[in-house]
Write a protein that binds this ligand. Structure first.
Ligand code: KIV
Ligand code: ZN
Length: 520
């Protein structure tokens, strides 16, 4: 059996499914490119039948990605598989992933069927998917709670039908490692054709067991792990990619396995996913948390100063975490910025240097000293705000204080014209929001507002993330500035630009459909 573990990333499917506001096609593509640089073997780009937007993102990603296999999800239904096959057609290498529930509770209560029916549906789905590709994955949803006889029959049946990967998900994160390992072991003992397919696992983290269960499965013969960056995913999330990759690397001597992951890409991929998905990383999160490499207690610090390996089992450099934090000023030239970016793992060409340098100079003028982490924050901000803006703040002024009614006056570029507005509010942010909503005329509701200090010190960059609801859809916006009211305004303008684009797309589709109806 091979000692290479296939890393199947599902950040863009299982991970995205769990976000408050869905990602735009462009944001998904940015993540896909980062996952490709990270070296994932397979990336699940979406669920094409679920929406036209998902279909478009899968197709866009399939077209752009060259070094990872692009995969799309489909229920065990012909129309789902056809949509997946159609979206993936443009890829250099692709996989169709089809699934059906196998546990009694899912089969009877959710699908209202019997096991024999789902067995047949699974087999037919695999046969249908094989018409598009010879790389077909089948998942037995809720395998962790499936009677083992049923699971063995299903695995045998779909392999005979042509599945080349069979995935065993612990969909509800219910099992413990010994139990889950035993399921994999039993499959290897009882399914006669099991060696014709790769056995994969997909564990959820409801009881905090996803990583332990996945590693135990490898010890019993599984050779693919399905995981997500930062452990994003339904409910408590999925097995975290960075943890699995670093366990396999750090404990290589014991496990005897390896992956194709470029570990030095872990930090920046994790940061990018966190920013674009608006999902902060808990500080004590293994591998990618802000405190993952900081030693607090005096005894630990003393030990690390004497010999790093007293308390450090992995180095920050091994995941690409920049070590030397250098400060730059407005006198620093472009080559310094380019050099710092390179040191942090962002080679020239992977970002827009001119745009970054311009933002850097603006920040340096206001803040004096700019640090590595400021540069990274500016980079993510620029990436998020890359699309052309219909609404743009030209001027913003606020007056507020302990005994003053907060007042804001704004001039906003709306397409070709500039519109001015003034408003009072319950605090400066509210006053600014009143102005922006009046100017745009969008009747939106702020569902979530979060302010955090992005960097260090009282002159730090403040990052504001908001989630706004508009006509039943959620939109995410992010702002970054040393002034928190300005950051708040930027975040809302980011949202209204998203809404504007979504409305344009909807209008375009409506018009397209109307023209089609007229020509029929
Ligand atoms: O959790 C699960 O079972 C899934 C399947 C679709 C693989 O996400
Ligand atoms: Zn899942």
């Amino acid at each position: 059996m091979s000692d290479r573990v296939i890393i199947f990333d599902t950040t863009l499917r299982d991970g995205e499914q769990a976000l408050a506001a869905s990602l735009t096609v462009k944001e998904k593509l940015q993540i896909a490119l980062a996952l490709e640089r990270l070296g994932v073997d397979v990336m699940e780009a979406g669920f094409p039948i679920s929406s036209p937007g998902d279909f478009e993102s899968v197709q866009t990603i399939a077209r752009a990605i060259k070094n990872s296999r692009v995969c799309a999800l489909s229920r065990a239904m012909e129309k789902d598989i056809d949509a997946a096959g159609e979206a993936l057609r443009v890829a250099s290498q692709f996989r169709i992933h089809t699934f059906i529930s196998t546990s009694t509770i899912h089969v009877e209560s959710k699908l209202k069927k019997g096991f024999e029916d789902v067995l047949e549906m699974g087999i037919q789905a695999v046969k249908h998917a094989r018409r598009y590709t010879d790389d077909v994955e089948f998942s037995c949803e809720d395998a962790g709670r499936t009677p083992i006889d049923h699971l063995c029959r299903m695995v045998e049946g779909v392999i005979s039908a042509g599945a080349t990967t069979v995935n065993i998900p612990d969909t509800v994160g219910y099992t413990v490692p010994s139990e889950f390992g035993n399921i994999i072991k039993t499959l290897f003992e009882r399914v006669p054709n099991i060696h014709k397919a790769v056995i994969s696992v997909h564990c959820h983290d409801d009881l905090g067991m996803s990583v332990a269960n996945s590693i135990t499965a490898l010890q019993h013969g599984a050779r693919q792990i399905e995981c997500t960056m930062n452990g994003l995913g339904e409910r408590a999330g999925n097995c975290s990619l960075e943890e699995v990759a670093m366990i396999i690397k750090t404990r290589q001597a014991m496990l005897g396995l390896h992956t194709g992951i470029h570990h030095q890409e872990i930090h920046r991929t994790s940061q990018l996913v966190s920013h674009l998905c608006n999902m902060p990383i808990q500080p004590n999160k293994a591998i990618v948390g802000a405190n993952a490499f900081s030693h607090s207690s005096g005894i630990h610090q003393d030990g690390v100063l004497k010999a790093k390996n007293t308390y450090e089992i992995i180095t920050p450099e091994s995941i690409g975490l920049p070590q030397n934090v250098l400060n730059m000023t407005s006198r620093s030239g472009r080559h310094v910025i380019k050099h710092r970016m390179e040191t942090m793992g962002y080679p020239e060409g992977s970002y827009d240097l001119d745009q970054l340098y311009e933002s850097f100079l603006k920040l340096a003028d206001r803040k004096g000293q700019v640090y590595d982490y400021d540069l990274e924050a500016l980079l993510f901000f620029n990436q998020l705000h890359e699309e052309p803006e219909y609404f743009k703040i030209n001027y913003l002024s606020v007056q507020s204080g302990a005994s003053v009614l907060a007042t804001a006056s704004l001039r906003v570029q709306v397409g070709e014209e500039e519109v001015a507005e003034a408003a009072t509010g319950n605090g400066p942010v509210d006053a600014v929001y009143q102005c922006i909503t009046r100017i745009t005329g969008f009747d939106l509701r702020i569902a979530n507002y979060e302010l955090k200090s992005k960097t260090e010190g009282t002159d730090a960059l403040g990052q504001v993330d908001i989630v706004a609801e508009f006509e039943g859809r959620k939109f995410h916006g992010m702002g970054l500035a040393t002034d928190i009211v300005e950051a708040s305004a930027q975040a809302l303008v980011h949202v209204v630009n998203h809404i504007y684009r979504a409305k344009q797309v909807a209008e375009y589709k409506e018009q397209f459909q109307r023209t089609r109806m007229e020509t029929i």
